[in-house]
Design a protein around this ligand. Structure first.
Ligand code: F6R
Length: 611
């Protein structure tokens, strides 16, 4: 979703801003723009619909714009179509103040009417334009005062970057419910939507909190709390991942690189947390008494993270004998959820900034629940507002379609399950140790599947022309089907649905006809025969079936399907980590063969910061 970067220093700002925006491209956008100030040329604003390369072409890679302070933006349209005029920065009527914004100003219509009654003329359909005009309305020589007054008036979510021609020695940043970080340099400073934009220049950052305003000069950053403008001391964080982690490293797409990184990401997530054959979860001091009192676990997430929650429900309920509910975050907050002080909410989010998930977390907290979050981005909003946080050590995930974050979220679900089962005494010591031993073998087994990726590429070449694909499975295989189907549709644009295999005959089987592709997941050993019956049902109606099971069941499966994918055998609880990889590879190769924009699928954003 929209990307923001701002720079103030001694270098030419435009090339630095373009470079930062390029690193934020993965968030998803449809237009881009820059505002740069120079004493000779004043505030120069250039905006263009389309890819960043269009903007970069107009400003000759930045060399056509002079000035050492500026803001840049990639826009993911919400209010008003993608167009040059609706792109950010939005500028006040006099052209003195430029604003970039991520989020939605919910009361923009009222403010627009108010400003129109004062004679202000609007040129765009955006909600953001009201911020630029309102700033000018309140501006009486002190831009910080003006920002503070504007924040009193606007409602909704925002990360703002502001530059004013009257005080070009400073940049202003403000946030509420949309992410914004500040980067500390020597003789320069940054504001940005996330650290990927600034890591080439500095690794020292702080996270702006809701209700904070920052004033950046080239030599200092001062943060104030809104509304009384009290100075705030910010804690600096050092980002220690390598810049190469956010680069393609020889792969054609980030998604391919991230799929291949899964064995390492999984290993990095589990290995520090297994000590002397036991699971140790840092900082998580929920004890046996708490867990026995706990009335249920509520898992809250969106999209693929929600699909991890679906897998988790099967695993946690079986191991802990406690009720587990899984809720889509966007539904949770409006369903008057049955959450008590004894409910544990596990909130799952790669970005840690998904606004629906964030809002659901706050609702659960308001109702007294304990919040344990599983997050990839260190210091993100969800991590900071949770009672406990466990980080997935996947490294930066750039492709819009998640892969390694999904796998590491699963890894943490296994660890939580094992730890809670130990505390509750619901899993025999011997089995627990056996699962822990097996857990260590998963990266190697993942690698084996990845090494054989050409077979999946071959199946993709057979099936990439299908226009509708069904995934069927039972239990955790059904949950993996949901993820396989989402991966496929989001990057290849093929219509696809995932069904609990036993549910097909209650309606959906009418869609199966000659040549329909059905991907049948049959890795759950106790349900294998049931799944075979479902495969036979769809085959006898003409379906072409691509099946998946474990190696030990391979020969049996091959008797009933047209093609089979085999994954190494493992403990049933850990199967999702192996099953999902062929699904990711299949989606990737199909999208590749269809010529899709794999890392940046249409209409999608990596970090969904609007409701
Ligand atoms: C799909 C995908 C999305 C995200 C969802 C939640 O490949 O990546 O469905 O899983 O938008 O995002 P996070 O996990 O950042 O809260």
């Amino acid at each position: 979703m929209c990307g923001i970067v701002g720079y103030i220093g001694a270098e030419e700002a435009a090339p630095i801003l373009l470079d930062g925006l390029a690193r934020l491209e993965y968030r998803g956008y449809d237009s881009a723009g820059l505002a740069v100030f120079s004493p000779a040329q004043g505030l120069q604003v250039v905006k263009a619909k389309g890819r960043l390369s269009v903007l970069s072409g107009i400003v000759d890679g930045g060399s056509a714009l002079h000035g050492t302070v500026g803001v840049g933006h990639t826009r993911w349209a919400t209010h008003g179509e993608p167009s040059d005029v609706n792109s950010h920065p939005q500028v006040s009527a006099s052209g003195r103040i430029a604003v970039v914004h991520n989020g939605i100003i919910e009361n923009y219509v009222q403010i627009k009417e108010f400003l129109a009654s004062k004679g202000v003329h609007f040129v765009s359909q955006t909600d953001t334009e009201v911020v630029a005009h309102l700033l000018e309305y309140y501006y009486e020589g002190d831009i910080l005062e003006a920002v503070s007054k504007v924040l009193h008036r606007i409602e909704g979510a925002y990360a703002l970057g502001i530059i004013c021609a009257d005080c070009p020695d400073r940049l202003i940043a403000a946030r509420k419910d949309s992410p914004l970080i500040l980067g500390y340099g020597e003789g320069f400073n940054f504001l940005a939507s996330d650290v990927t934009a600034v890591i080439k220049y500095t690794r020292d950052v702080c996270y702006l909190e809701d209700g904070e305003i920052a004033v950046l000069t080239k030599d200092a950053i001062q943060v104030y709390s809104h509304p009384y403008l009290q100075p705030v001391e910010k804690e600096r964080h050092h980002v220690d991942w390598e810049i190469s982690a956010a680069e393609k490293g020889g792969y054609e797409h980030f998604m391919a690189k991230e799929i291949m990184e899964q064995p390492k990401a999984f290993h990095d997530t589990i290995s520090p947390r297994i000590q002397d054959g036991r699971v140790v979860l840092e900082g998580l001091d929920l004890d046996g008494d708490y867990l026995r009192r706990m009335d249920k676990i509520y898992i809250i997430a969106c999209g693929s993270s929600y699909h991890v929650g679906m897998v988790a429900k099967y695993i946690l309920e079986k191991a802990l004998r406690k009720p587990v509910e899984v809720a889509l975050a966007s539904e949770f907050r409006y369903c008057d959820p049955l959450v008590t002080r004894d409910t544990l909410c596990i909130v799952i989010s790669q970005s840690g900034e998904t606004i629906d998930t964030m809002a659901a977390l706050r609702e659960a907290k308001r109702r007294g629940a304990t919040i344990l979050s599983i997050v990839n981005v260190v210091g993100s909003s969800i991590a900071r507002e949770s009672d406990y946080v466990l980080y997935t050590w996947a490294g930066p995930e750039i492709a819009v379609a998640t892969t390694k974050a999904y796998s590491t979220q699963l890894a943490l679900i296994y660890l939580i399950t094992l730890r809670f089962a130990e505390l509750l005494g619901t899993m025999a010591e011997e089995e627990r140790r056996a699962v822990i031993d097996e857990l260590r073998t998963i990266p190697g087994k993942m690698q084996k599947i990845l090494d054989d990726r050409e077979s999946i590429q071959y199946y993709a070449s057979i099936y990439f022309n299908h226009e509708s694909i069904f995934f069927i499975g039972r239990n955790i295989d059904y949950a993996i089907g949901l993820e396989g189907s989402l991966k496929l549709k989001e990057i290849s644009y093929i219509h696809s649905e995932a069904y609990a295999a036993g549910e097909l005959k209650h309606g959906t089987i009418s869609l199966i006809e000659e040549g329909t592709l059905v991907i049948a997941l049959a890795s759950c050993a106790p349900l294998f025969d049931k799944l075979v019956s479902n495969i036979v049902e769809v085959k006898s109606r003409g379906a072409d079936v691509l099946g998946l099971t474990v190696e030990s069941k391979g020969e049996d499966l091959k008797k009933v399907v047209d093609n089979a994918i085999l994954v190494p055998d493992t403990h049933p609880m850990l199967l999702p980590s192996l099953d999902v990889i062929p699904m990711q590879l299949f989606a990737y190769y199909v999208a590749l063969m269809r010529g899709c924009d794999i890392d940046k699928p249409r209409n999608l954003a990596k970090s969904v910061t609007v409701e």
